[in-house]
Design a protein around this ligand. Structure first.
Ligand SMILES: *Cc1c(COP(=O)(O)O)cnc(C)c1O
Length: 353
C-alpha cells in the first residue's frame, strides 16, 4: 500500500499464476505446459527472425500470423484477432464486448482470471454453480445477461461441454456476446469455430501456449465475425499497437502451419492422459472425465493440500486450489511425458503407503 497508488490499484485483486520454480530436476506438472516442445519449424522461423530487422517495428496487424490461423481454421483473416497470449486477447474482450449494465455470467469453478478482469474493468458479474458432477448447465445461463464466458473444456475441471449445448445457448442468447475460451480444445473436443459464421455474437478464443507448446512466446487469438474483431482492434489500438513482436509473429505462423507436429504431440498427450487416469484410479483417486492436457483428481482419504505438499517434498509440483472449498480436495495434474507421469504415480504410491 502506498499513498501514491491510484484508487483503482487499491481495489485490485490480481491473478496469482502457478509458480515457475527454478529448481533442478523438478517434475513440473502445475501449469499445463506441453512436455514436447514447439514445432522444429517454429524454432527455425524464430531463429530466422533474429536479425538486423529487429530494429524495425513489427507488423501492427500481424497479417502473416492471422493468415496462418485463418488457413488452419478455414476462416478469413478478417475473422481473426491476435494478441500477446490469450490472456491479453481475453482482457481486450472483457473491455470491448463484455462490459455492460447487466452482469457477465460465468461458472463458479472456472478460469480464475475472469473475476480479475471484471475487477480491473469494473464489470458486474455473476458466478453460476457447476452441477454436482462439475458440469456447466446451459439452462442456468438462459437469463438476462451482459455476456457469457466459460472455458471449454472447463478449467480446472477438464470437463467438456458438447458443441450441441453451446449451439443451444447461442440460439437462446442472441443479445449478448458468448465467449468460448478453447485453451484446451485440441486435447479432445470439437471447436466452436465451426459455428462462427452462423452466430454473430460468438467469439472463440485460442492459445498457442498449450497444444502448440509455445507458452514462452505469448501468442493467442480470437475468431469471430468482423464486427466483434473490430471492437477488439479498437481496444488494442488504444492500448498497444504492437502487442506481438517479430519473433512471436514468425514463430506463431510457422507453428500454425505445422499440422504434423501439432497432431503427433497432442495425440501423445492424449494417450498419456488415458494411462495416467487408469493409474490414478488404481490408486484410489476419482478423476473427472478430462478432455484437456490435465486431470482433476481427488482421493477419498487424503486432502488435496496434503498430497500436493507431500509431492512437493519429492520435487513434483501440481496445482491445488483452496477456493471454492468444493474443489479443495482435488489436485490439478498436468499430463507430462509418460516418464513424468510415472514419477508422479510412483510418488503417490509411496505417499499413500
Ligand atoms: C492457459 C489458459 C489461458 C491463457 O493462455 P495464454 O495464451 O498463455 O495467456 C486462457 N484461458 C485458459 C482457460 C487457460 O487455461
Amino acid at each position: 500500500m502506498s499513498r501514491y497508488w491510484s484508487a483503482v490499484v487499491h481495489g485490485l485483486t490480481p491473478y496469482v499464476p502457478g509458480e515457475q520454480p527454478k529448481l533442478p530436476n523438478l517434475v513440473k506438472l502445475n501449469t499445463n505446459e506441453n512436455p514436447y516442445g514447439p514445432s522444429p519449424k517454429a524454432l527455425a522461423a524464430l531463429r530466422g527472425e533474429v536479425a538486423d530487422s529487429l530494429r524495425l517495428y513489427p507488423d501492427p496487424s500481424g497479417d502473416r500470423l492471422r493468415e496462418a490461423i485463418a488457413g488452419f481454421h478455414g476462416v478469413t483473416p478478417g475473422q481473426v484477432f491476435v494478441g500477446n497470449g490469450s490472456d491479453e486477447v481475453l482482457a481486450h474482450t472483457f473491455l470491448a464486448l463484455l462490459k455492460h449494465d447487466l452482469p457477465l455470467l460465468f461458472p463458479d469453478i472456472s478460469y480464475s482470471f475472469y473475476p480479475v478482469y471484471c475487477g480491473l474493468y469494473g464489470i458486474d458479474y455473476r458466478q453460476l454453480p457447476l452441477s454436482e458432477s462439475f458440469e456447466i448447465r446451459i439452462d442456468d445461463y438462459l437469463q438476462p445477461n451482459g455476456g457469457i464466458i466459460f472455458p471449454n473444456p472447463n478449467a480446472p475441471t477438464g470437463r467438456l461441454l458438447a458443441l450441441s449445448e453451446i449451439e443451444r445457448l447461442l440460439q437462446a442468447n442472441g443479445d449478448s456476446v458468448v465467449v468460448i475460451d478453447e485453451a484446451y480444445i485440441d486435447f479432445g473436443g470439437v471447436s466452436a469455430v465451426a459455428l462462427v459464421d452462423r452466430y454473430p455474437q460468438l467469439l472463440v478464443v485460442h492459445t498457442l501456449s498449450k497444444s502448440r507448446s509455445l507458452a514462452g512466446l505469448r501468442v493467442g487469438y480470437a475468431i469471430g465475425q468482423p464486427a466483434l474483431i473490430e471492437a477488439l482492434n479498437r481496444v488494442k489500438d488504444s492500448f498497444n499497437s504492437y502487442p506481438l513482436d517479430r519473433l512471436a509473429l514468425a514463430g506463431g505462423a510457422a507453428a500454425m502451419e505445422d499440422r504434423a507436429w501439432f497432431d503427433e504431440t497432442r495425440n501423445k498427450v492424449i494417450a498419456t492422459r488415458t494411462r495416467l487416469v487408469s493409474e490414478l484410479e488404481a490408486l484410489g483417486f476419482e478423476v473427472l472425465p478430462s478432455a484437456a492436457n490435465f486431470v482433476f483428481a481427488r482421493h477419498s482419504q487424503h486432502e488435496g493440500a496434503a498430497l500436493t505438499a507431500a509431492l512437493r517434498e519429492r520435487s513434483i509440483i501440481v496445482r491445488h486450489f483452496r477456493n471454492p472449498p468444493r474443489i479443495a480436495p482435488f489436485m490439478r495434474i498436468t499430463v507430462g511425458t509418460d516418464e513424468e507421469c510415472a514419477a508422479l504415480t510412483g510418488a503417490l504410491r509411496e505417499i499413500l503407503g
